[in-house]
Design a protein around this ligand. Structure first.
Ligand SMILES: *Cc1c(COP(=O)(O)O)cnc(C)c1O
Length: 361
């Protein structure tokens, strides 16, 4: 029997989604290409240039440098690597808010830099006083998140830029998840808003490309050149990516998705997802749960563990924040009908959980 992937109809926890049909077609056509060897696979290499140019448009950057990475993890690791290469410090440190993605821990591990994790404020955003107190002349990188994994918060990027500048550090923005929603908001998050040096922005999340398609953007070629190593046996002479052979499917699907959806398709999708998140937040609040206001299409709410487990047992794919809140990511595949059915299950299961057990004293 042929194996089939699971359906998306109960997936509320994922930051990935069903690829757009154009992205799926392009991924299939380019499955057997390797942009890691661009002089041999020239067609996909040209598409990668187009992908980077389009990502630059999304992120407010003319003449962007960058490449299509395996995901936000690789882009974050590479940003830390660029910063480490740029500093003279023998003991470089990287300053991140505690809301940052766990990929920064991997980066710190493999690159042997000190990770300084600073607290967030009452609204789950990087606490600027704490960031200021943590940077010093050994700080190689200050990172902010534009669309945090747990609460969808956007750090104050221009202010983080000033702090980075005050110690000569590189400024990185992690917009892996938020990058395709933020252009339709008033947030200041991109290269045009602040002296951002590098950015992670994933087509395979809100961008509706097929996995794997992450994005690393850099303000200049010289930043990207910090990553280049010689490649003796390839037709091309150097390589900046972390991986060697990589999927042309990701590159081609990212271009196809962006050609089709940027900007109007993404705008409509963002508006729909945001309305869904607000609808769910309202529904949960009305039922007496504590809800973290969804500033991007992501809802976190305090739901008791037995209810959470019961919903999972019904087949709902759900995740929790580090402090235990239920977390629902309103990705493009998450429809109002799905959410209504989820809330109906919540009502049913919550009632059952609170029915007193007869005979139990
Ligand atoms: C998902 C995510 C990442 C990691 O990206 P992958 O594509 O899973 O490697 C990094 N940062 C943020 C903010 C994310 O949401």
């Amino acid at each position: 029997m042929q194996a089939e992937p699971q359906a998306f109809d109960r997936v509320l926890s994922s930051m990935c989604t069903k690829p757009h049909p154009d992205a799926r077609d392009a991924a299939e056509r380019f499955l057997a290409t390797n942009p890691g060897d661009p002089a041999t696979y020239q067609r996909v290499a040209e598409l990668e240039d187009e992908a980077v140019a389009l990502l630059g448009e999304v992120a407010g950057l003319d003449d962007p440098a960058g490449y299509v990475a395996s995901g936000g993890t690789e882009a974050n690791i590479q940003a830390v690597r660029i910063a480490r290469e740029r500093t003279d410090s023998p003991r470089p440190n990287v300053v991140v808010p505690e809301s940052c993605h766990f990929s920064f821990r991997k980066a710190a591990d493999v690159l042997e830099v000190e990770l300084r994790v600073v607290p967030t404020d009452d609204d789950h955003r990087a606490d600027l006083t704490a960031v200021r107190a943590s940077v010093d002349s050994d700080t190689a990188l200050v990172a902010g998140v534009a669309g945090t994994t747990e609460y969808g918060r956007v750090d104050p990027i221009p202010e983080l830029g000033e702090i980075a500048d005050s110690v000569g550090a590189t400024l990185h923005v992690d917009a892996a998840w938020g990058g395709f929603a933020l252009p339709f908001t008033d947030y200041e998050w991109h290269f045009g808003h602040a002296p951002v040096d590098t950015m992670a922005i994933d087509p395979h999340k809100m961008g509706q490309a097929a996995v794997p398609a992450g994005g690393l953007l850099a303000r200049s070629e010289s930043l990207l050149d910090e990553l280049a190593v010689d490649t003796p046996y390839l037709e091309s002479t150097s390589q900046a990516t972390l991986t060697g052979t990589r999927s042309g499917a990701g590159v081609a699907s990212a271009v196809a998705a962006m050609r089709t959806l940027w900007p109007e398709g993404y705008r409509e999708q963002y508006a729909r997802s945001q309305r869904n998140a607000e609808w769910l937040a309202d529904a949960l609040e009305k039922r007496g749960y504590d809800v973290v206001d969804p500033t991007l299409p992501l809802v976190a709410a305090t739901v008791p563990r037995p209810t959470f487990e019961a919903l999972r047992a019904e087949g709902w794919r759900l995740s929790r924040t580090a402090t235990g809140e239920l977390r629902v990511v309103c990705m493009p595949h998450v429809t109002r009908e799905m959410l209504a059915s989820f809330v109906a299950d919540l009502d049913r299961l919550e009632v059952r959980a609170s029915v007193p057990v007869v005979g139990d004293d």
